[in-house]
Write a protein that binds this ligand. Structure first.
Ligand SMILES: Cc1cc2nc3c(=O)[nH]c(=O)nc-3n(C[C@H](O)[C@H](O)[C@H](O)COP(=O)(O)OP(=O)(O)OC[C@H]3O[C@@H](n4cnc5c(N)ncnc54)[C@H](O)[C@@H]3O)c2cc1C
Length: 428
């Protein structure tokens, strides 16, 4: 349990982690497991709501290292064996079954409620020895010259009283998600000029999902007629399905339109989903988010580094976010541990792993570009080049830390979609 009684904090730790989402919790868990003193500061109370319920298969290895696979196996979360794409609002592709290409224990994954999932990962950090303080908002990162030396944090006590304090640390890990706390503060955040997207979503009871163990938990990605938007369809437990629509910001949020009106407008252009929602009802008010695609120019400096969304986020379409959050946490924890061993907290020592990580992210990003390019169809490409089905599946499952997977893009060519923003700098 993430304790409702908050811990007493020391004045100094080896590592302070900003944010207790999957990236921060996993970094904290693994560094505590190495034996370092770690403080994870999370501004919310947990469990807290979060979008992003669909995992991809390669998440398995991080979850295994964290000791969370048995918990997921015992859970009622739907098992996900495939992802299936629909074009023009109704034309179904052959599902990408993960085990068709690679049969191993990671060939199946889960669809999770993020409040429960994230809470369990944060609990795991505490179990492995990290000090976890929720209701603790980091206000500033402290620097001595360009070297990060700790944080200033505002703590809310159980009686509601607030106090600010400074906590020193040898390393500060920013895992603050879309807040991108350090990247924003240091002016390092670059928005993606080609991916200026926004999403509107809700949770529906009784949406029709496919039948059978292998298909009932599948993620569906449904493009609307003329590809101006697409829907995700993520089956969750208790017969609830997360359904969200994504398109360019200007298209999704026209002046004066309510989110539910835009959702209905797009739904009408997606007959497959209209049919699946025939007997369904929305459980909440519609949620919205936008302008979430960015990357930090630098991901590390002396005494600090970025992980998860705080480093960057591509796009929701291939459900890569939690995978990249956990994977970057693993790579970061190993690097910080090695840096402590060598007593070298330089930029290179803390952030050397990010070169390979950025290359892996680039593979997802290129496939995202292909998805948003109205003149490109993965189905047609694979008909012409069936030998690359395995490379595409590699990316969909998250097996992206092997450069040879990117060979598919040499054949695919430049599939950069038209920019969502008139002012996009084409040289970026
Ligand atoms: C529309 C949409 C759909 C998505 N769908 C999926 C999906 O299906 N599958 C998937 O894998 N990913 C999905 N994602 C992405 C995924 O949700 C994120 O990539 C993932 O949550 C990143 O984890 P994180 O730990 O880096 O950040 P987060 O999970 O956002 O955690 C960051 C934490 O930091 C805390 N924090 C922020 N600032 C401070 C501060 N100053 N002090 C202390 N704490 C702070 C926040 O409260 C938060 O708990 C989606 C994203 C979007 C936008």
């Amino acid at each position: 349990m993430v304790s409702s009684t908050q811990p007493v904090l020391n004045d100094q730790y080896d590592v302070v982690v900003i944010g207790g989402g999957p990236a921060g919790a996993a970094t904290g868990a693994l560094l505590a497991e190495y034996g370092h003193s770690v403080l994870v500061l999370e501004r919310s109370q947990f469990p807290r709501f979060h979008v992003g319920e669909s995992l991809i298969p390669e998440t398995f290895w991080s979850l295994k290292r964290l000791g969370l696979v048995d918990w997921l196996r015992a859970s009622a979360n739907p098992r996900k064996f495939s992802v299936q794409f629909f074009s023009d609002g109704h034309r179904a592709s052959r599902p990408f079954y993960f085990d068709e290409y690679k049969q191993c224990e990671s060939s199946q994954t889960w669809q999770v409620w993020r409040d429960e999932f994230d809470q369990r990962v944060l609990e795991r950090a505490a179990e492995l020895g990290a000090t976890v303080h929720t209701d603790a908002a980091v206000l500033d990162v402290l620097f001595d010259g360009d070297v990060a030396t700790g944080v200033r944090v505002r703590i809310t006590d159980s009686d509601g009283s607030k106090s600010d304090r400074e906590i020193a640390s040898r390393v500060v890990v920013d895992a603050s998600g879309q807040s991108a706390f350090l990247a924003s503060r240091l002016g390092l955040k670059d928005v993606d000029p080609w991916l200026q997207k926004g999403s509107i979503w809700n949770y529906f009871e009784n949406a029709r999902r496919d039948e059978g163990e292998r298909d009932e938990g599948a993620t569906l990605i449904l493009q609307t007629a003329d590809k101006k938007s697409w829907f995700w369809f993520i089956p969750l437990k208790d017969n609830v399905t997360s359904i969200g629509c994504t398109g360019s910001m200007s298209y999704m949020f026209p002046k004066g339109a309510k989110p539910e009106e835009t959702f209905e407008r797009e739904l009408a252009r997606c007959p497959e989903l209209v049919e699946r929602l025939g007997n369904a009802r929305a459980l909440h008010d519609f949620h919205t988010t936008k302008d979430y695609s960015y990357y930090s120019r630098d991901g590390a400096g002396p005494g600090w580094l970025l992980v998860g969304d705080a480093f960057g986020f591509i796009d929701p379409v291939y459900s890569s976010g939690v995978f990249l959050a956990l994977k970057s946490a693993e790579l970061a924890a190993d690097a910080v541990h090695a840096a402590f061993e060598q007593d070298d907290l330089s930029t290179d020592a803390l952030g050397g792993w990010q070169v390979q990580h950025r290359e892996a992210v680039t593979l997802f990003r290129k496939l995202v570009f292909a998805f948003y390019n109205p003149d490109f169809s993965i189905g047609s490409f694979l008909k012409m080049h069936p030998q690359f089905r395995s490379n595409i599946t590699d990316i969909l499952i998250g097996d992206v830390y092997r450069p040879e997977v990117g060979e598919v893009f040499e054949v695919m060519g430049d599939v950069t979609p038209p920019s969502d923003r008139q002012t996009a700098d084409t040289s970026a």
